[in-house]
Design a protein around this ligand. Structure first.
Ligand code: AMP
Length: 617
């Protein structure tokens, strides 16, 4: 960044030809060599632009100084900035937090008061995202040859969007990007040619979108060099969809006609073009593979030239690694990037590394990064361990004492240390706690690399849902009222994310007793199913959307366990190093052994019989 003039574009974005691999790699080398200077310049630029916003003015009092910024601007959570976001959503000028106009609000999968958090976004921010996506290409090319000799079957989807009272678009970050000019009018890049026509990605009916994208991917199977989706959960959903629909897909390929229920005009038109004419031989071949009893290695069979599967398998997505490995036939699983609605953060410079070895290098011109040190051990002295993206056993880290903990800068993080990420963005977030816990694993040039450890306070996650211990407690509290009215007490509960089938679902283990006599009560299935539904109705809107609209979460299950099960669980946890005095029932279980202890004592299972209410607000 110091050589030449790397910042031709506003917002510290270097300009270069994305088809030029060498130029891309050089930019990455410059960015990672000059971390300190770049971070300082990013902060300077953000302060200079925004010092006069209502928000910063209140702390900086007209000063443009970085030290004053760090001394006076507080490290905040969403609740602290929510009033500002809500004012903007309701029509106040966005310059209360950002000098550059906020053009839309990005609805995050993190929630506040049950509704998605909303993150500000600007026109320039789309360019920042494009810059970031472009940099993924040379990194991949460094490790995999010939990606310009075929196509990528990426299954990408848009989600429902809404408008705020002031008329601003409110939608998820990827929906915003796919609908932008930056995506739709992207210059041709020979390393990044997709099998899915944009019309199929942009189709708002997720079933038609999925069907059409798979159809296009199957028709072009000989050209496909890589397959993927953003998250592992979405890719597995596509495999399940294929399992349920391959006969119809083959019939379309055989006849050259798209099914009548594909009514989206854009989709019909482009898919008909891709189908082109009847292809009976291709249909036979796909039918042959799909009708095989075992779907082990199906990806390699259907798309024989595939070199890897591009899906995020870190964090909560790690729970899908073994299922993906089963379907993939040994293909590498590639997590390319770490990003959020707040900001795009980091790139995996070793894309072929095993899922548990993946680290992301934070890109220093994306935002100004700070880090809150997190204690490595919890009360019981148990080390943090990556275990399906959340910590083992009593899995919550102790809340960092916000007041007396100072942040450290990107260049000052220490190898092996755990931190919570704090960002100051170009879009109006200042010293904002993202909620992700990261561990420093090494350095790429001078840029630290981080393993994603887990998200603060999240105990359950199947897709993009993020359920905290508190959310779960609230939902269980509502449901237990139903059994209490019948003289039944819930004496203990815990949970786990069951991903053994697609889609995965939440499981609650309940130990129940009759009031007074301490016996396992007789349970009415209807009542227990109502409990399952009540828990679902009480979870946040992202859970309910995944469950109802996206069908990416299956019906919630309550498994009633026999008396003494939770004592057995405690004995197990103590045998694993938990202290007896401080033992608290873990509200979420990750360890296979602990799940076996519970499962072997299950006396009855009940499932929710209806999807919970969800609407776009
Ligand atoms: P959202 O705000 O809904 O876009 O969700 C962003 C969050 O998803 C991040 O803060 C992380 O908790 C999680 N996330 C995103 N990318 C990754 C990744 N590569 N590995 C693990 N977790 C991720």
């Amino acid at each position: 960044m110091t050589r030449g003039n790397p910042c031709q574009l506003p917002g510290m974005l270097p300009n270069y030809d994305p088809n030029d691999n060498e130029a891309g790699m050089k930019i990455l080398e410059d960015l990672t060599e000059n971390v300190e200077q770049i971070q300082q310049r990013v902060l300077e630029e953000i302060i200079t632009r925004n010092a006069r916003t209502d928000y910063l003015k209140g702390f900086l009092d007209g000063q443009f100084d970085k030290q004053v910024f760090k001394k006076t601007v507080p490290v905040v959570n969403y609740e602290d900035i929510k009033p500002y976001i809500e004012r903007i959503a309701n029509g106040d000028s966005s310059n209360i937090i950002s000098a550059e106009p906020i053009i839309e609000l990005l609805t995050s999968s993190g929630t506040s008061g049950g509704q998605p958090k909303m993150m500000p976004s600007t026109a320039e921010d789309l360019h920042r995202k494009t810059f970031f996506y472009n940099l993924l290409v040379p990194v991949m090319n460094k490790y995999v040859d010939g990606l310009d000799e075929g196509k990528a079957m990426y299954l990408l989807f848009v989600k429902p969007e809404t408008k705020t009272p002031s008329g601003l678009m409110a939608r998820p970050v990827l929906t915003s990007y796919y609908k932008s000019n930056n995506f739709q009018n992207r210059p041709f890049n020979r390393f990044n040619v997709f099998t899915s026509p944009d019309e199929t990605i942009l189709c708002s009916d997720s079933k038609q979108s999925m069907y059409c994208q798979l159809l296009c991917g199957l028709v072009q199977r000989q050209e496909v060099l890589r397959v993927g989706a953003v998250f592992a959960s979405a890719f597995l959903r596509a495999i399940k969809f294929l399992e349920d629909n391959w006969k119809e897909l083959c019939s379309n390929i055989r006849t050259g006609h798209v099914s009548d229920w594909i009514t989206d005009p854009g989709c019909r038109k482009v898919v008909s073009l891709v189908l082109n004419k009847p292809k009976p031989e291709l249909a036979d071949l796909i039918e042959h593979e799909c009708s095989s009893k075992s779907w082990e290695g199906i990806i390699k069979k259907l798309w024989p030239r595939t070199k890897y599967i591009e899906v995020i398998v870190t964090g909560s997505m790690a729970q899908y690694v073994s299922t993906l490995e089963y379907y993939s036939g040994g293909l590498p699983l590639v997590s390319t990037m770490y990003a959020s609605s707040e900001c795009y953060f980091g790139i995996n410079f070793k894309p072929l590394s095993k899922p548990w070895d993946v680290s992301y290098t934070l890109i220093p011109n994306m935002a100004y990064f700070e880090f809150l040190p997190v204690k490595e051990k919890n009360e019981d002295g148990a080390q943090y361990v990556q275990c399906n993206g959340v910590c083992k056993e009593n899995c919550m880290e102790k809340e960092t004492e916000k007041e007396d903990v100072e942040t450290v800068e990107l260049v000052d993080v220490k190898l092996g240390q755990y931190y919570e990420l704090v960002v100051t963005t170009f879009t109006g977030l200042y010293r904002y706690r993202v909620g992700d816990i990261l561990m420093v694993t090494g350095f790429h040039n001078k840029a630290p690399q981080f393993r994603f450890v887990h998200r603060r306070n999240v105990v359950l996650s199947i897709d993009t849902d993020k359920t905290s211990e508190e959310d779960l407690l609230k939902a269980v509290t509502k449901a237990k009222v139903i059994v209490e009215s019948l003289g039944i007490l819930l004496i203990e509960y815990t949970s786990y994310a069951d991903t053994s089938s697609i889609p995965g679902h939440y499981v609650l283990f309940w130990e129940l007793t009759s009031k007074g006599n301490n016996h396992l009560p007789v349970l009415d299935p209807k009542i227990m199913e109502q409990c399952c539904s009540t828990v679902e109705e009480s979870l946040d809107s992202v859970y309910r959307r995944c469950r109802r609209k996206d069908n990416s979460i299956g019906p919630l299950e309550i498994r009633v366990v026999q008396h003494g099960t939770f004592d057995a669980l405690m004995d197990f946890c103590v045998s694993q190093g938990s202290s007896v005095n401080q033992y608290k029932t873990p509200r979420c279980i990750k360890s296979g052994e602990a799940i076996n202890i519970l499962d072997s004592r299950v006396v009855a299972r009940f499932f929710s019989q209806k999807a919970p209410f969800w609407e776009l607000v």
